[in-house]
Design a protein around this ligand. Structure first.
Ligand code: FAD
Length: 490
């Protein structure tokens, strides 16, 4: 009997959990989902209704098959008019909870063995035929397969930030903690101009109507916007994608995309970028390490702005703030952040190279996903790296892995039964952090694991735990008769 442990309580963990409950046959599933254990993770835990999804309702979901009806869920709650809408991330969080609950109830009726642990996994060790996952409360879970769905890593302060600035309380490393701040700043400075920065500026503009807002990033480019209505696909996308796949370098790829846009002036550039989605991972995998570096150095900023676009409403509000003069955006490098509050932020302007200093009562770091595994303080991931069970990607885009998500060990060998999903796989897949990619990956992984479980044959009795070694190994509850979120309070 195969036992699977999923580690991580965000949308990716929820997608794997739900997919395994549906496709996993007789596998036993442990979801180690952290204290919140609700599948919302970072992105869908926000309570601010202004924080919108950056994918239309019709493109969002948790599973790529059946009960896949986010737009309908929204309509039932009178929260959206149709599939083309960009709805709130909070609503999508509600949808995730409802979907997981539904699959849990169905699995319980079928007598499936599963448990949700409201604990963090702090240590993972290999043992004969599988893994033992140690939880923060001192208990442990034994499994044949472990899936890491850890999401992005906690932000580390930029090198330019002094110890004084960090200790001052005026430097915020986690933009999602902003609602806990009670003191209205006169000037708030955001480092970064991506999607998280956009949300931060939106919330701050509403909450502190008299605050002056400043955003600084190297290129000073706010995210580009989705079109209000869905666009017609680029008619020659298949030919373009085939030609891109035949390229070996970044510059020829860029030339091909530019030529496509020039020769089809009636086509919206966003259709072409979106049409590349099915081949993005293969394009990335076709690049050598040197070419990936080249892409990251010269094109990443443009790709991120074009590919990870914001909802039209968000872009409109930001534009209004710019026009009213409440928001200033600088294309500049941050050289230093110092002081005891207010903070002094030294910058060098990108165009003129002139240095200047900005003062702000509150500085928020919103520099995007951190996947630099080698430098993380994440307890479990650093232990995996230390023990050679994982290896950092050479470009600090998560961990080294095979295309199917299996982690490579220190010798470059794929580890049996140790997988990752989501942002930890950026080094291998590049585009793997959004729901359309995550749910497809979760579905494929669940099917592969179920197939492997069937091939291995079933030996163990339902409801029993793998053999005890040391510490308390948690068995599945005898009767899975509790509602989602209350299973195993470990
Ligand atoms: C602000 C923001 C907005 C986004 N908007 C969209 C969008 O509109 N559409 C879209 O498709 N994508 C969006 N994304 C992309 C987003 O990354 C994915 O949609 C998805 O939420 C990723 O889920 P995840 O589970 O991989 O990561 P996370 O949401 O980071 O969840 C991982 C969870 O695992 C937990 N965890 C970590 N370590 C352990 C451990 N050792 N033990 C137990 N638990 C652990 C973490 O605490 C966290 O709760 C957005 C991302 C962000 C940050």
């Amino acid at each position: 009997m195969t036992e699977i442990a999923i580690i991580g309580g965000g949308a990716a963990g929820a997608a794997v959990f739900g997919a395994l409950l549906r496709h996993g046959g007789s596998t036993g599933v442990h979801w180690i989902a952290g204290p919140a254990a609700n599948g919302r993770g970072v992105a869908y835990a926000t309570a601010d209704e202004r924080h919108l999804l950056n994918v239309r309702a019709s493109g969002m979901g948790l599973y790529p098959d059946q009960d896949e009806e986010f737009a309908q869920f929204a309509a039932d709650r009178r929260a959206g008019a149709g599939g083309a809408d960009f709805l709130s991330r909070r609503l999508f969080g509600d949808f995730i909870e409802a979907q997981v609950q539904r699959r849990s109830e169905a699995a319980r009726r079928q007598g499936r063995r599963f448990a949700v642990h409201r604990q963090e996994a702090v240590h993972l060790e290999r043992q004969a035929g599988g893994y033992r996952v140690h939880l923060a409360d001192g208990t442990a879970v034994d499994a044949d397969v472990a899936v890491l769905a850890l999401g992005a890593l906690a932000q580390r302060p930029l090198r330019a930030v002094s110890g004084d600035a960090l200790a001052s309380g005026a430097y915020e490393l986690d933009p999602w903690r902003l609602p806990q701040r009670t003191h209205a700043p006169r000037r708030l400075l955001v480092i970064g101009t991506g999607l998280t920065a956009a949300d931060t500026l939106l919330s701050a503009a509403y909450r502190w109507p008299h605050a002056e807002l400043v955003a600084v990033s190297r290129h000073g480019l706010l995210p580009l916007a989705h079109s209000p209505l869905p666009l017609a696909p680029y008619p020659w996308q298949q030919d373009l994608n085939d030609s891109l796949l035949a390229c070996t370098g970044v510059a020829p790829m860029l030339r091909l995309v530019r030529t496509a846009l020039r020769t089809a002036p009636q086509t919206d550039w966003r259709s072409v970028i979106d049409g590349m989605r099915p081949v993005n991972a293969r394009l990335w995998q076709g690049l050598t390490l040197a070419r990936r570096k080249q892409f990251l150095r010269h094109l990443r900023w443009l790709w991120e702005a074009a590919r990870h676009r914001t909802a039209p409403q968000t872009a409109q509000t930001l534009q209004q703030l710019l026009e009213e003069g409440r928001l200033q955006v600088h294309a500049a490098r941050v050289l230093a952040v110092d002081g005891h509050g207010p903070l002094e932020v030294g910058i060098r302007d990108r165009a003129s190279q002139a240095r200047s200093t900005l003062r702000a009562d509150l500085v928020v770091q919103a520099t995007g996903l951190d996947t630099a595994a080698a430098y993380t303080g994440h307890v479990l991931l650093s232990q995996l790296l230390r023990d050679g069970l994982a290896v950092a990607d050479p470009l600090q885009l998560g961990v080294a892995a095979q295309p199917d998500g299996r982690l490579l060990d220190a010798h470059g060998d794929a580890q049996p039964g140790l997988y990752a999903i989501g942002s930890l796989l950026r080094g291998n897949l590049w585009e793997c952090t959004a729901m359309p990619e995550i749910r497809a990956a979760a579905h494929a992984l669940a099917q592969a694991l179920a197939q492997a479980g069937r091939s291995a044959g079933d030996a163990t009795d339902g409801g029993t735990a793998p053999p005890r070694r040391d510490g308390t190994v948690i068995p599945f509850p005898r009767h899975n008769d509790m509602a989602f979120g209350e299973f195993a309070e470990t």
